[in-house]
Design a protein around this ligand. Structure first.
Ligand SMILES: [Zn+2]
Length: 671
């Protein structure tokens, strides 16, 4: 009998045969798929014919077809519905998959063929998409070090290995510092804390074998403690312990590790021929250069700092009215800000929930996609991979577009957070393949399931990613759907969130699940007003971290990262009562791996674009303007990575993204 993971799919949409697949099927399926992929790669590399786009790039595109199918099913299941067997297989697979990936990029004869094609690219008569795919393959090889020879190649391997060791140590030190520090709270030290914070502190105490409540450095406990504790002395102790993570001296200190990481990154970038690590990292991004990143951050910094300083003056006055003289300190901000929020923006968030049932919000989400892109959604029967999963066929004017699966409820077998994945990606090479796209969330299951406002935004956010996959219309999987620059990939998702807040969408869909009444306007207005609260503080702490990240990776690596951090903060005039969102010794985004190194800015970059992209609709006076929606699909959602991000953006918007819409959205300038 054939392994059901390897089999062609079932039914009209060729879905994986979930009912037949067992955990025992995965390991042999991976073995067979890896063997097949290796044989395919070896055949391409050894092909006696001269390299052509078809026998090299298109062959590479198809070499891992079976592996894609197996991995598509397995990695979705291991994230959304794990079992001990799946976890064990994940651990086994991590080194195997990494080894396979580096075998491909370090395969010299294979690289020689890609390089030859790159050199002859002008004479190959490629379509624009083919030219782009060739460029991306070539750069993937070069950026991973395939072009290096002799001692340089050896040194590159050493650097990569050492960086992997250092980033793991950085994460583990951080975890150790977070785990080891706790402080028992006596009865009189609970002053000001609401019940949910006391309960969380008691739970943390029980976890640590303590009798009573304890304070820990877990973000979900320490942030509410800083918001609510009226004991200024304890807030100071807690805050200083929190920001000292990774900088406590001894074996868990991350400062020396950070310096070594920055040195090795610089050396790696230089070996590859770049001026700096930032230049290397930003090359494939929409931002392209450190100058572009700094320019954007500084345009946001100035109004954000002005807003934060005005807010600081108000909070200082509140503190003085409490009889505490002197300056507002970092451990005072959240406390007085919370008091001010209650005075200015208090409302009962729970009162919103009956209007935000999951079914109502799914209706809103699908209706929006129908009005913008003409998509129809028809429920289809499973079985899917879990009883909670729901499926829809997505079509347009009767033409099949995709299968969409929604897996919305939290369960112990699901990792936390929310995400979108393609179990099968769109492509046309080897025959039109339409995608299977999954959205996974962690909403509390209920009957009915009622969402918080944040949950509803998450629902729309992940569906924006899903549309990017479903509307993809490219030939090559390498550039399909969300295979775009990191600082571009959140544009479709963050943009889609805007439609949830369009008044007519809420009026039509945000209906009380029992009475069918529309959400009261006053409730909604309060919620929207509260959304911009304290954005001066949040923007300042974020931008400061992003600027330090950038400075670390430009030019020569600093001998003392802490000194450079201090210098950057002094230069921008960091307000006294606000510190970086992540200081160097616990800046995991930058040092626990390469993902967001020289890339922390990208969250804000995406926000600038989503705000400006939605402004394109608003400027027409119609949030569903058909011409703008058509342009969005044609220029951005359908092209994936086949067009560079900046060109896709320019085709859609006709001008570079401005920060004005973001500043208005965050309430940093008058709307
Ligand atoms: Zn996202």
């Amino acid at each position: 009998m054939t392994n059901p993971v390897l089999a062609e799919g079932l039914g009209p949409f060729a879905l994986p045969d979930f009912a037949a697949i067992t955990d025992a099927d995965f390991a042999p399926a991976f073995d067979q798929a890896l063997t097949e992929a290796r044989a395919n790669i070896a055949a391409i590399a050894a092909n006696p014919e001269a390299p052509s786009f078809a026998n090299t790039i298109e062959a590479l595109e198809q070499a891992e077809g079976l592996l894609d199918r197996v991995a598509g099913v397995f990695y979705n299941l291991s994230g959304a519905d794990s079992t001990p067997a799946r976890e064990a297989l994940m651990r086994d697979l991590a080194p195997k998959m990494a080894a396979f990936a580096s075998e491909v990029t370090m395969n010299r004869p294979l690289f020689a063929r890609v390089e030859r094609l790159w050199e002859m690219r002008e004479s190959l008569e490629l379509t624009p998409e083919q030219a782009r795919v060739l460029e991306l393959y070539f750069k993937m090889f070069v950026r991973s070090g395939a072009a290096l020879q002799g001692v340089d190649a050896e040194r590159m391997t050493e650097i990569k290995e050492r960086l992997a060791v250092l980033s793991t140590a950085f994460s583990q030190n951080l975890l150790a510092d977070e785990r080891d520090w706790f402080r028992p709270l006596a009865e009189d030290e609970l002053e000001g804390l609401p019940d949910f914070v006391v309960a969380a502190a008691k739970a943390a105490g029980a976890e640590r074998g303590q009798d009573g409540p304890v304070l820990t450095l877990n973000r979900s406990l320490i942030v509410p403690f800083l918001q609510f504790s009226s004991r200024r002395d304890l807030r100071e102790t807690a805050y200083e312990a929190w920001v000292a993570r990774g900088a406590n001296g001894g074996p868990t200190d991350n400062r020396v590790i950070a310096a070594e990481i920055l040195n090795l990154r610089e050396e790696r970038a230089k070996l590859l021929g770049y001026d700096s690590f930032a230049a290397y990292k930003l090359e494939p991004e929409m931002a392209k250069t450190p100058e572009n990143v700094r320019d954007l951050l500084m345009r946001v910094w100035t109004p954000a700092k002005a807003r934060a300083e005005a807010d600081a003056a108000k909070l200082t006055a509140m503190m003085h009215a409490d009889g505490i003289n002197g300056d507002l300190e970092a451990w005072d901000w959240r406390y007085y800000s919370e008091k001010r929020r209650v005075a200015e923006h208090d409302f009962d968030e729970a009162a919103l929930k009956p209007y935000l049932s999951l079914d109502a919000m799914l209706g809103a989400m699908f209706d929006t996609a129908n009005r913008l892109f003409g998509l129809d959604f028809r429920p289809i029967a499973g079985p899917f991979y879990h009883a909670d999963v729901r499926g829809w066929e997505v079509s347009r004017k009767g033409r099949h577009i995709a299968v969409f699966l929604g897996d919305y409820f939290a369960r112990p077998s699901k990792r936390s957070g929310a995400w979108c994945s393609a179990m099968r990606s769109q492509k046309k090479l080897g025959g039109e393949t339409r995608p299977i796209v999954v959205n996974v969330c962690n909403f509390a299951k209920g009957d009915p399931c009622l969402l918080s406002y944040d949950d509803a935004r998450t629902l729309f956010h992940e569906f924006g990613h899903a549309l990017h996959q479903m509307l993809s219309d490219v030939t090559y999987q390498f550039v399909s759907g969300t295979s775009v620059a990191r600082d571009f990939v959140e544009l479709p998702s963050q943009l889609y969130e805007h439609w949830m807040e369009v008044p007519e969408v809420l009026e039509k869909h945000a209906r009380h699940w029992q009475t069918g009444e529309a959400m009261p306007k006053a409730l909604l207005d309060k919620l929207l007003a509260a959304a911009t609260y304290d954005q001066g503080f949040l923007t300042v702490e974020f931008v400061a971290s992003a600027l330090v990240d950038l400075a670390f990776h430009e030019g020569a690596a600093p001998a003392d990262p802490m000194a450079l951090q201090a210098q950057v903060l002094a230069e921008i005039g960091m307000p006294k009562a606000i510190r970086m969102r992540h200081a160097t010794p616990h800046f995991g985004h930058v040092f626990s791996g390469d993902g967001y190194s020289s890339g922390y800015y990208s969250y804000m970059w995406s926000e600038v674009m989503d705000a400006d992209a939605f402004a394109a609709f608003e400027e027409t006076g119609n949030a569903f303007d058909p011409a703008t929606a058509e342009r969005l699909e044609r220029c951005i959602l359908s092209v994936g990575g086949s067009v560079p991000a900046d060109a896709a953006w320019m085709a859609f918007r006709g001008k570079t993204p401005g920060v004005e819409a973001l500043l208005k959205g965050r309430g940093l300038v008058e709307a």
